[in-house]
Design a protein around this ligand. Structure first.
Ligand code: SF4
Ligand code: SF4
Length: 346
């Protein structure tokens, strides 16, 4: 995947950034590929669904529950088992469910919440600490930041931006991810841009978040993101910056964008600060979208290969198993190749 992606987005945590860098270095040791940028994600309020984790106490679950939560989780982040616990005081055995949500794997998609028949699952929301984020932005191996906003509290966006203003100059790209808030979307974007403008020394990117974390649900999940792009493309005055789609993106997205004349082929020549301007070639006057962020769908198709490898060989590094590495790369290239106009040779 890194052969052709521009940026890898990850949680704003030292350990996660280190893991991403390890992965990039492993890829660079196998092939001479361009190093992608590392982007950290933060949020300005607790309402953003990208910043939540599921949580429940397995011991509270009825033993006869059919555990739909386990089955519905796309990240295998719920693991439960029935165990007997001996109680010396009563000389009796008591069965309970043990386990629960594996927090490191949960990405907050929310699919387990409505399926629990006993309403046991809660969403724990969190917000990144701005001081820790500032430290991360000063790392030489962090290149970009993505700020998720619901747009409901621009005062919170303003506070977050101000707290990052001394470190924001270290990055090469600032992305703002936002939902479609209807007629006021462009006004919101203009307001956010006015907050950032004085401190912006980098590329700026708008990430249009159609239907968050839904790309793996089905082919149609991409419709909301495409509709968001179409509505914005029809506006005469649009805020400064590049545009990409997220939220429901999958294998249908780039073809749909191209068929509607909304896609703009784009390359960033090199990855050095201050390099030449971004080269673009627009297919129509409506062409607005120059990139696509893939999340859940990419996780699903590459995850299938990883699962097969784990089933066959146990928990290992994929680079030690070239046959699986190649399969994963082919899956990734099929998805990302059309965005970059690469053809996958048969
Ligand atoms: S929120 Fe999503 S990823 Fe997290 S445990 Fe529930 S289904 Fe799994
Ligand atoms: S569905 Fe609800 S009650 Fe059943 S195991 Fe999952 S969390 Fe517990």
């Amino acid at each position: 995947m890194m052969l052709i992606v521009d940026c890898i987005d990850c949680a704003a945590e030292d350990s996660v950034v280190n893991a991403v860098i390890d992965g990039i270095n492993a890829a660079l040791s196998i092939a001479s590929v361009r190093r992608p940028w590392v982007m950290i994600s933060v949020n300005d309020d607790r309402e953003d669904v990208h910043f939540r984790k599921a949580e429940f106490n397995a011991e509270d679950c009825p033993l006869d529950c059919s555990r739909p939560c386990e089955k519905v989780c796309p990240a295998n982040a719920i693991s439960l088992e029935n165990t007997s616990v001996g109680h010396e005081s009563t000389r009796s055995d008591k069965s309970t469910l043990q386990g629960g949500v594996i927090t490191e794997r949960c990405y907050g998609c929310g699919r387990c919440f409505p399926v629990c028949p006993y309403d046991k699952i809660r969403a724990m929301t969190y917000i990144r600490d701005p001081a820790a984020t500032s430290e991360l932005l000063r790392r030489n191996d962090v290149d970009a930041i993505e700020i998720h906003t619901s747009g409901r509290r621009t005062d919170l966006f303003n506070d977050l931006w101000n707290s990052l203003s001394n470190s924001i100059g270290h990055v090469k790209l600032v992305a703002v991810s936002l939902p479609d808030v209807g007629e006021s979307t462009v006004g919101l974007m203009n307001l956010l841009y006015s907050i950032m403008e004085a401190d912006l020394q980098s590329y700026n990117l708008w990430q249009l978040d159609g239907r968050p974390m839904s790309g793996d649900i089905g082919r149609g999940a991409t419709r909301e993101a495409i509709a968001f792009a179409a509505r914005l493309a029809s506006r005469q005055e649009k805020p400064h910056g590049f545009y990409q789609l997220a939220g429901g993106t999958n294998s249908q997205t780039v073809d749909s964008l191209k068929s509607m004349g909304l896609f703009k082929a784009m390359t960033i020549p090199g990855h050095l600060r201050g390099q030449a301007a971004v080269a673009t070639s627009a297919s129509s006057q409506q062409a607005l979208i120059g990139g696509i962020a893939y999340g859940g769908y990419a996780r699903k198709i590459v995850g299938r290969v990883l699962s097969r490898m784990v089933t066959k060989h146990g928990l290992l590094q994929i680079e030690d198993h070239p046959e699986f590495l190649l399969k994963a790369l082919r899956e990734a290239l099929k998805l990302v190749g059309p965005v970059k106009s690469y053809n996958l040779a048969s």
